[in-house]
Structures are given as C-alpha cells and as structure tokens.
Design a protein around this ligand. Structure first.
Ligand code: NDP
Length: 449
C-alpha cells in the first residue's frame, strides 16, 4: 500500500462485486473509495435477483391457494393487488440500499455518489476533480440489450418491469434465457395472459437439453403461451408485434429479455490502454487484471459468468490478491445456478451433452415424479432430477433438477459435485424422508451412452 496515491483502491460501481471488493479490501487495511451514481446494490438488489425473487414468490401464491383447498382449507376468491406488491418491494429494496451503504461506511470506505471516469492508470476523474489510486477496480456491471428492430422503443426491459404502473392484461416476453423465463412465469402467475417468444428451438441455450425442454413444457402446462422459433421483426403503434414467420399479434406490454451488455461506454478505458472485447467487456486475466497492470475488473462488466455470487467471489479473490499477499486466481469451475421460473430449475456441473463431448462414456440417472404436496390435488407438475456420471471414474459430473426449491436443493448437491463425489458416495448417503431431494441419493435407473 502506497502513500504516493490518495487511495489504495478506487472502485467504480457499487453493485454486488464493487461493494464486496471495497469493504473486504478496507477490512484488510486498504484505503478505499467507491463511486456510484445510482443506488447501492446494483442490478441484483435494485432490478434483478432480489425484487425478481419477491415477484416470483408473489406469482406462486396462485398455485398455493389452489392446493390449499385440497388440504381442507377454504380460501375466498384470491385477489391480487400489484400496487401493494410493488410498494412493499420498493420499501424492502430501499432498506437494502441503506444496508449496503452502511456496510461501506462502517468499513471506512469513502463514498462518491457520482459517476467516475478513468483518466490514466492511477487516476480517476470524479465531479471534475482527479483522485489517484494505486489500483482502480471497474465493477460497472451490465445493461439490458434490445435488438435493433423498428419500434423497439415501445418495448420495455427488466429494468422497467420492476416499476410498472399497473399490470397489463397481456404481455409478450422475448428471449429464452434466465430473465425471459423468470418474467414469463411471474406475469403468468400474476394473471397476465403471457406469451414467451424465443428465436430458437430450445430454451436456455447451454443448459442440459432435456432439462430445458421439460421446463418449457411445464411452463406451457401452467399457461404460458410458448412460441418457439418466433422472433419479432417490428413493433407498431398499439403494440402490434410482427414476427419473422409473417404472423402478428397485439399485446398490452412487450418486454425484451434478450441478454445484457457490459457497461464500459464512456469510462475512458480504451484511451488508457484497457483492452475491451467486441461486446465491450473488459478483457481480464485469471486474477481479474485488465491489460493495464493497475486496473482490474470483476462481475458482469467482464462477461465471464454473469451471476451475483460469482461477482462477489471474484471480489473476495481480488481483495486477497491485492491486499493480503495471496494471489488468488478466479475459479469458475462448477458454478451452480438456478432459473427461478415456475417451476424452478437448478443445475450444477456438466450437461449431458457437454459430458458426452468430454468423456468417452457417461452414465445418466434420472427420475420424474409428482411431488407429495400435489398428491391430494389435480396438480400435474413433474419434478425431474438427473445425474450425469463419468463411467470410468464414477464421478458425478452434473446434477440437474426441475421442481419446487430446486435452487435450495442443488446448492447442497453442488458441494458434493465440487468435491468430486462419486455416484457410490451419493448412494452411500442416507436420504431424508419424505423429501424430493432424497431422490438424488437413491437414483437407480441407469441410461448408458
Ligand atoms: P441470457 O443471455 O440468459 O439470454 C438471452 C436470451 O435472449 C437468449 O435466449 C438469446 O437467444 C436471446 N437473444 C439474444 N439476442 C437476441 C436477439 N437479437 N433477438 C432475439 N433473441 C435474442 O440473458 P438474460 O437477459 O436472460 O440474462 C442476462 C444474464 O443475467 C444471464 O445470462 C445470467 O447470467 C444473469 N441472470 C441470472 C439470473 C439467475 O441467476 N437466476 C436471473 C437473471 C439473469 P440465443 O440463446 O438464441 O442466443
């Protein structure tokens, strides 16, 4: 740490990655400042993970009320009030903004509530003034990207979906990734006539194909109108959407969930020698260092694995590298993840196709069943579980699930997969009965390939 500079670390961006890196670095004794022009917490807290999950809970109540009757409960005609949900959500998010800010203040991090720009390898410009730092961290996240079709300005993205004045009667959600599936499920659960249009044949590119296909079928069964190989080409006034196949339909709301782009424009990075990829992402090495020795980047702005827990892990590894004398490369292997659609989908490790490409022979174990909770009602949702195993070593390469609490269950399974557990070790584990999760340690039906 050097007295030659105003700070040891200057962080640009107060989202999950930037806040974590700043306060951990300060905890290691570094003199840290952070610039954030908007609310602390970034996408995850303000227009991502947290409000999304609150909305997903809200949407799920529709089914919960229906199931309650099968357990003998009489619930009157359920009515949903969007304004109440939105206001309660806003209050909770404001509380979290305050928590994030307080964590920084308590850690001794200097806060600049404004945009910052990089001037040279050790200098940032903040409100027309220059501040020097031994290290500069770019943690500016990403922003929704909308395809350049005529009328795109008539559509919204997830940013606006969190603040809608009122819920529409009908909605078109475009895309086949996390955000599209989660919002299609949210709208559908809240009673909006929802269409999901995806340009490809199979949702969730890169995920296990069987899992993705099954999730689409489950969502369709729950009422989402699923249009595959359907891509909008224009949006006319009145929200009439024309599709590639010549069809057209009217919606009250059109939302694009077609990916996100790293936030690097206007930061002055290329002028100081920081290399950007074609999509604008900061190019970094295994330690999150950019092509300039004193400038580092973590989180979505690097477009590696764009998930909050990955950004916070990158943040902690970076703080260790810079201020604890423990150079720690980023570990992006075996990252568990969940799509909070209805039903939930969660996964860790290799898909069946990825495993087959890398290993000479794999064994597949899978099961599907109706959850006990649904057994007294007409609920048809199928819980699905799948293990992908390397035949030679018997290591479990991937675990995949669709069903209630899939994220909670796969988080636990991920520890075993990360540790390299074998199928026999899964089998030697006693199940907890009656749960859905116990199926992961009692899978017997083997499919060779
Ligand atoms: P994703 O990259 O997951 O999905 C983007 C989707 O949009 C894909 O289906 C893609 O299709 C499609 N698409 C891209 N460009 C176009 C286009 N020009 N026209 C039509 N369709 C297009 O992005 P999301 O916006 O859903 O989410 C961004 C990231 O945020 C995710 O990748 C994830 O990392 C993170 N996230 C994580 C969540 C979680 O952990 N639960 C929740 C939400 C987001 P194709 O596959 O054919 O390219």
């Amino acid at each position: 740490m050097s007295a030659q500079y105003d700070y040891d670390l200057f962080t640009i961006g107060g989202g999950s990655g930037g806040v974590r890196a700043s306060r951990v670095a300060a905890g290691y004794g570094a003199r840290v400042a952070i610039a954030e022009a908007s609310l602390f917490g970034g996408t995850c807290v303000n227009v991502g993970c947290i409000p999304k999950k609150l909305f997903a809970y809200a949407a799920h109540f529709r089914e919960d009320f229906a199931i309650a009757a099968s357990f003998g409960w009489t619930v009157g005609e359920p009515r949903f009030d969007w304004a109440t949900l939105r206001a309660n959500k806003d209050r909770e998010i404001a509380r979290l903004n305050g928590v994030y800010e307080r964590l920084l203040v308590d850690a001794g991090v200097a806060i600049h509530r404004t945009r910052a720009k990089v001037r040279d390898a050790h200098t940032v410009e903040v409100d027309g003034k220059t501040i020097t730092a031994q290290h500069i961290l770019i943690a500016t996240g990403s922003w929704p990207q909308v395809p350049a079709i005529p009328g795109r300005e008539r559509a919204i993205t997830s940013n606006e979906a969190f603040h809608l004045e009122r819920l529409p009667e009908s909605a078109l959600v475009v895309g086949g990734g996390y955000v599209a599936l989660e919002f299609a499920s949210i709208f559908n659960g809240l009673g909006v006539a929802t269409t999901l249009a995806y340009r490809g044949q199979r949702l969730l590119r890169g995920f296990d194909a069987e899992l993705a296909t099954r999730l689409g079928a489950e969502m369709a069964m729950k009422g989402v109108a699923l249009r595959l190989q359907a891509n909008p080409t224009r949006i006319d006034p009145g929200l009439r959407v024309a599709f590639e196949d010549g069809s057209a339909a009217d919606y009250e709301l059109v939302m694009f969930a077609t990916g996100r782009k790293p936030n690097t424009a206007g930061l002055g990075l290329e002028a100081v020698g920081v290399k950007l990829a074609a999509d604008g992402a900061v190019v970094v090495d295994a330690y999150s260092k950019s092509t300039v020795d004193s400038i580092w980047a973590i989180g979505d702005v690097t477009n590696r694995v764009n998930l909050t827990p990955v950004a916070t892990a990158e943040a902690m590894w970076l703080a260790k590298t810079l201020f604890r004398g423990e150079p720690t490369p980023v570990d992006h292997e075996i990252v568990p993840t969940a799509v909070f659609a209805n039903p939930n989908l969660a996964t860790v490790g290799l898909s069946e196709a990825a495993a087959r490409a890398r290993f000479s022979e794999v064994e597949i174990y899978k099961t599907s069943f109706r959850a006990l909770r649904d057994s007294l009602s007409a609920g048809k949702e199928q819980t699905f579980m799948k293990l992908v195993v390397d035949s030679a070593s018997q290591r479990v390469l991937g675990a995949h699930m669709i069903g209630p609490d899939a994220g909670e269950i796969i988080q636990g399974i991920a520890v075993a997969v990360k540790l390299g557990a074998t199928k026999a070790q899964f089998d030697a584990t006693i199940g907890i009965h009656p749960t859905a999760a116990e199926e992961f340690v009692t899978l017997r039906e083997r499919f060779l390939g």
